[in-house]
Design a binder for this molecule. Sequence first.
Ligand code: OSB
Ligand code: MG
Length: 368
Amino acid sequence: MRLEHVEIVHVAIPLVTPFRTSFGTMTTKDTFLLRVVTDTGEGWSEFAADPEPLYCSEFVAGAEIVLRDFLLPRAAALPRLTAARLAPAVAGVKGHLLAKATLETAVLDAELRTYGIPLATYLGAVRDRVPAGVSVGIKDSLPALLDDVERYLAEGYVRIKLKIEPGWDVEPVRAVRERFGEALPLQVDANTAYTLADAEHLRRLDDFGLLLIEEPLAEDNLYAHARLQQRLTTPVCLDESLHDAAGTASAIAMDACRVVNVKPARVGGYLEARRVHDVARAHGLPVWCGGMLETGIGRAPNLALAALPGFTLPGDTSASDRYFAEDITEPFVLQDGHLPVPSTPGIGIEPLPDALRRFTRARRDLWR
Ligand code: OSB
Ligand code: MG
């Protein structure tokens, strides 16, 4: 393929309910879509991060510059563009994995559409539908939390994840366990809010039979996570700390995690995400697919990935209506606690023109 035109479409879609984590509160999904036109067809993708660098160092305005000035010139210089040739072509640009993932995914969508192959087939999916968990934000009170969890369970979600931070950890977990019982698959996510000095406190979570505790400590400290794991029976799961398959292998070797959260954007795209899955699976670690409150454009390829054999735990891939009253694609609807894996070529979805127009804040050409 050859790159002909790349367009950025900034969108802002209100969330049905504010989403609070240890790093901030989101009320709107505010990001951009990338539309890549090649000589054989077009492809779409979604930038996974936010306008502010609070979850990770990347952010919307910065990613646009990185794409325009550093990634697209390298992609356009490739005599034969394929998704697999992109990562080596942009390897000299340090970091910016979420920006790189956006470009790779749009190119992969165009490429797979050209050959008529669904992303799930290309990645090696073994399921047509995947079980859906839901990530529940920090609330102002325990009753408000229990109401939310009750509603999600009534809708059919098969696993609950509670966002935690110092001051909102043992009590919400205890309340959910007391109300919904021992059998509920339950896990927590701290988004780096603790330090090793909190190990004794976090040990209190061991009483509640959690599936895992996600990213309790600083992103750049695998050693501290390994030290913490020695003191917990609850499996440590890494999210922010994992950026590629090699780093995942190191984290597993030092017992810094016993479960792996794969977010394709965080590791530079779906090709590396599959390799992260392969490494974790080879070591016998459970893998699950994380989320970034994506629109349908980001959700569809995540569902394809989550259909791989190593994804043995339900992911944060929830139904569209958990996030948005109206999405920019056909919505993903929960059925019997599962979401369908897209089965048409490429990522298997595209924006609905009318919805896209209404949620668009700006469109700019990044390459022509
Ligand atoms: O840490 O997994 C996370 C949302 C935004 C940024 C980081 C995270 C999350 C979630 C929600 O937990 C996942 C989702 O429902 O998309
Ligand atoms: Mg997380």
